[in-house]
Design a protein around this ligand. Structure first.
Ligand code: MN
Length: 299
């Protein structure tokens, strides 16, 4: 099951299900009881019973008559519109760490011994096909980072790694857009990774039942059709369960929390010469089993 938030032309923001990667079922309208969830966050809040109702709505939908073409709907960020910042894992892919070390004049094989966590503010969120601002007055080094993102279903604290997957509602894609010069200038990463529109997310949240192994998903990113990143989540140093366990240690996770898990090699700043994002370019971030998150850079 793939869930999304979309803007219905007459009824405003709604919860939808993406069928065959082409048709949007209006789950808010199809919901058999009231109140109906109007967003993925509200679906998550409904727990297992709500997921079961969604499953029944999708099964009962039959053909695609009355559904909206996915290509035509305005897609909103699927999660994190309420609640708190998006959580992020810093350097987590071996070869990306090496390319960053080399670009920054550090020893190539210096790997983190604990997970580096940071956050992005909700004001940075932008959905599939939303525009990403170039912020040309502030930065000369805007960069892309395709990432698998975890969406928490059941909250908790001190979640052991072996139970972590029970707390996951599903998975989405985050493009952790980063102003490299601001990331360095301000010491901590928050400013350089927190500018408006620097958190493209979506297009959908895939329910965890549809992802057999989140630690074995191909992921890639193209800029104007040229592949820049191509790796697999199996290259992560800290896997999905470890990320949930470490972040929840002594810190309560809540339903709807999003945790982006880090990016593989191929970012723009580490290329020689560096190749940063420019106005008019289009990024396509893909994660196997989830889909494609497309965003253009604008002035
Ligand atoms: Mn990142």
């Amino acid at each position: 099951m793939k869930f999304l938030n979309f803007l219905h032309p007459q009824h405003g923001p709604r919860l939808g299900a993406l069928l065959s990667d082409a048709h949007v079922l209006d789950l808010t309208a199809a919901w058999p009881v009231q109140p109906a969830p109007a967003s993925v966050d509200e679906l998550i809040a409904g727990g297992d019973a709500a997921v079961e109702l969604a499953r029944q709505c999708i099964a009962a939908a039959g053909g695609t008559a009355g559904m909206l073409p996915f290509a035509d709907v305005t897609v909103l960020p699927p999660v994190a519109l309420i609640g708190r910042n998006v959580f992020n894992v810093g350097r987590n892919y071996r070869e990306h760490i090496i390319e960053g070390n080399l670009a920054n004049g550090r020893p190539a094989e210096a790997f983190p011994s604990a997970i580096e966590f940071f956050t992005k503010p909700r004001t940075a969120l932008v959905g599939h096909r939303g525009q990403v601002l170039r912020h040309g007055k502030l930065t000369d080094s805007l960069d892309y980072e395709v990432e698998l993102a975890i969406v928490i279903g059941r909250g908790g604290r001190d979640i052991p790694a072996e139970r972590a997957r029970e707390h996951v509602f599903g998975y989405t894609i985050v493009n952790d857009v980063t102003a490299r010069d601001l990331q360095r200038l301000h010491g901590q990463w928050f400013k350089g990774k927190g500018l408006d529109t620097s958190c493209p997310i979506g297009p959908v949240v895939v329910h965890a039942s549809a992802i057999a192994n989140p630690d074995a998903l191909a992921l890639s990113l193209e800029v104007d059709g040229e592949e820049r990143q191509n790796d697999n989540t199996s290259s992560m140093i800290f896997n999905v369960a470890t990320v949930v366990a470490q972040l929840s240690a002594g810190m309560t996770l809540m339903p709807g929390d999003v945790i982006a898990t880090g990016t593989p090699k191929g970012v723009g700043f580490a290329q020689r010469p560096p190749r940063c994002l420019q106005v008019g370019q289009t990024m396509r971030a893909r994660v196997e089993g989830i889909g494609e998150l497309v965003n253009a850079i604008v002035d």
